[in-house]
Design a protein around this ligand. Structure first.
Ligand code: C5J
Length: 226
């Protein structure tokens, strides 16, 4: 397929982001019940999940926007095989939590593929044809095929949303940035259990001339592309 390289200037921090619609994909990180609903992994680690629940409508609007423009959509899930062969002990044992990865919780085994808690929340459910990427790490490139998938699609620009800002979102953006992708984070379609960490992550991403990428609100993206 022929791609156009015509760019749209999206007002953003630290300066306008040159979005190339024909080469852009949306990446929605880990909008899973395990992080967003009571009884999951986030809750087991002692976090208040309501902060994350609050961004579900914004992520759903961003999904509708991307789908309306025909952008490829990639949904990630932090998840492990049922035998946990892809979960290093260092990860499983970290945090001294009431429920560990692989343990039986109110929504099935924590962070295990195919369990109810591992599913993406209803409002952000992938549509047929969208890419759903199970990732055993925090970053989306570790032990996944996503680099080859993006290369095959001719994607050079990634718009990011999801949870949590300073963990899986920031790690994935850093991995993507190192691989040469131009990354834009949608500020109101990402969230952390800790407001100060969300703010700090966005500062870190956009500092030094966008050392990891850019950030902007959803409405700014949609207005710039109207
Ligand atoms: C965490 C994630 N926080 N999706 N995972 O463990 O950010």
């Amino acid at each position: 397929m022929q791609h156009s390289d015509i760019a749209v200037a999206v007002p953003a921090r630290p300066y306008p982001y040159a979005l190339v619609p024909d080469r852009t994909a949306l990446v929605v990180i880990d909008m899973q019940r395990d992080f967003i609903e009571p009884g999951g992994f986030g809750d087991a680690l002692g976090n208040d999940v309501t902060r994350l629940t609050a961004i579900v409508p914004a992520v759903a609007r961003l999904l509708a926007f991307a789908r309306g423009r025909g952008w490829p959509v990639i949904h990630t899930r932090e998840s492990h095989r049922p035998d946990l062969s892809d979960c290093p002990p260092a990860k499983r044992l970290r945090g001294n939590a009431a429920l560990r990865i692989g343990d039986e919780g109110p929504m099935g085994r924590i962070l295990v593929q195919g369990e109810p808690g591992n599913a993406i929340v209803e409002a952000c459910m992938p549509l047929p044809g969208e890419i759903v990427l199970d990732k055993p790490g925090k970053g989306m490139f570790w032990n996944t095929a996503v680099h080859d998938i993006l290369a095959g699609l001719g994607v050079s620009h990634l718009v990011f949303a999801g949870v949590t800002t300073e963990v899986c979102v920031q790690t994935s953006m850093r991995e993507a940035n190192d691989r040469g992708f131009e990354c834009l984070l949608i500020e109101d379609a990402t969230e952390s259990y800790f407001p100060q960490f969300k703010a700090a992550a966005i500062e870190m991403i956009t500092a030094q001339g966008g050392i990891v990428g850019w950030a902007t609100p959803l409405a700014t993206l949609t207005e710039a592309c109207a």
